[in-house]
Design a protein around this ligand. Structure first.
Ligand code: SF4
Length: 387
């Protein structure tokens, strides 16, 4: 494939996407690897059936592999990719998808392998929180809690994907590969575990030569419970990179937040919001049964008290029993109307329009069992489920 770069005007981009129902900028722009060691087309795509893992293949070797080249060629010719069904389903239900909305707006049409982004979970899975909807392979605390409460980490996540820990040699090979190709990198999204508490991530930042830091935009998905780790502080890197922005995970406010993202110290978290405000891009709220009735309250709280906006693009789809699709039709209709005009309303609407798969009792029972383990009863905080 002869790769080209188009600086398209918006009208051309729209036309291109209307005609091509498969092209997505992500396989051209980003290298994504999860904590199970799986390279995927993006964080929303299903896992691919290929031999590459983050432990057996370095990121750029994978990115320039014949298999990735084939995916890109298929997309350019309009052939659909099975693992991208989440986007096609959103589009078929009459809405926009991550492909046609978020990434189209961000990248337009870009088929040149330069300005590549890295979203690689290579620095470990330590996290000090066990959020009630978090995938267990993204948090060590979560795995421990699920094992203690349910005896396994599968609880609704299907056959558990094993965390793929990297050996030091594999991590070192990966980092060397990144540094060798650093001139191609335009952004890095750092995630974890809790990235600000992962030593490997700080060491990776320190290995990037200063002249290259200047052309890299750094972004984080962080729970913002800590801003420093040992000798490292996030503020020491501000000004060294082209940009440094924090996406902060929070799903509710005050006591409800400390239950959903247990055991979050909300007072400390809010102090950190104030201290880091100048580098916070937004709060990312994952929409699930325990917050879907309160999204305006959440949005207004963080805006009025901290001047920080909240997005609702992340929808909890697994474990399925926490999904908002399980609400009764009357609540769904009310919520669709309530959120029809908010920015991320289409993602909420789409999930609400799906058929229920679980009775709400499954969610309640799950929350009861977590509550008992935490000695912190969710039923005292939520009234909307007949508690
Ligand atoms: S089409 Fe959707 S699922 Fe596939 S890579 Fe693009 S954003 Fe991800």
């Amino acid at each position: 494939m002869q790769l080209k770069y188009y600086q398209n005007p918006e009208s051309e981009i729209r036309k291109f996407y209307e005609k091509n129902k498969s092209y997505c900028a992500m396989p051209f722009k980003e290298i994504y690897g999860d904590n199970a060691g799986r390279y995927k087309l993006c964080c929303h795509a299903k896992k691919m059936d290929w031999k590459y893992t983050t432990t057996n293949t370095t990121p750029f070797k994978f990115f320039f592999s014949p298999e990735m080249e084939e995916i890109r060629n298929k997309m350019l010719s309009g052939e659909k990719i099975r693992e991208c069904r989440v986007c096609y389903n959103l589009e078929e239900s009459g809405g926009e998808s991550y492909r046609t909305d978020k990434y189209r707006k961000k990248y337009g049409i870009d088929i040149e392998p330069r300005g590549i982004g890295l979203k690689l979970r290579i620095n470990g899975t330590f996290c000090n929180l066990g959020c009630y909807m978090c995938h267990p392979f993204n948090s060590s605390t979560r795995r421990n809690e699920l094992k203690e409460v349910f005896g396994s980490i599968e609880k609704g996540f299907g056959p558990a994907a094993e965390v793929q820990s990297m050996s030091y040699r594999e991590w070192n090979d990966t980092v060397n590969d990144i540094i060798e190709n650093i001139n191609l990198v335009s952004y890095m999204n750092i995630t974890g575990g809790e990235p600000l508490q992962l030593p490997g991530h700080w060491k990776l930042l320190d290995k990037i030569p200063d002249e290259h830091k200047k052309h890299i935009a750094l972004s984080y998905d962080t729970n913002l419970t800590e801003l420093k780790w040992k000798k490292w502080s996030i503020f020491d890197y501000v000004g060294k990179f082209k940009e440094l922005r924090l996406g902060v995970s929070a799903d509710h406010i005050q006591r409800k937040e400390s239950w959903m993202r247990y055991p979050k110290d909300v007072k400390k978290f809010e102090n950190n919001l104030r201290e880091a405000k100048s580098i916070i891009k937004q709060i990312n709220c994952s929409v699930s049964l325990l917050n879907v009735f309160d999204l305006f309250e959440i949005r207004d709280y963080y805006w009025d008290n901290f001047g920080i906006k909240t997005t609702f693009m992340n929808i909890v789809r697994g474990p399925e029993y926490l999904s908002i699709k399980n609400l009764n039709q009357r609540d769904k209709d009310m919520l669709m109307k309530k959120y029809e005009n908010i920015d991320d309303g289409m993602y909420i609407k789409n999930e609400l329009s799906l058929k229920p798969t679980h009775n709400l009792d499954v969610m309640k029972n799950y929350c009861d069992r977590l509550s008992k383990h935490r000695n912190f009863n969710w039923r005292e905080l939520w009234n909307e489920f007949g508690n």
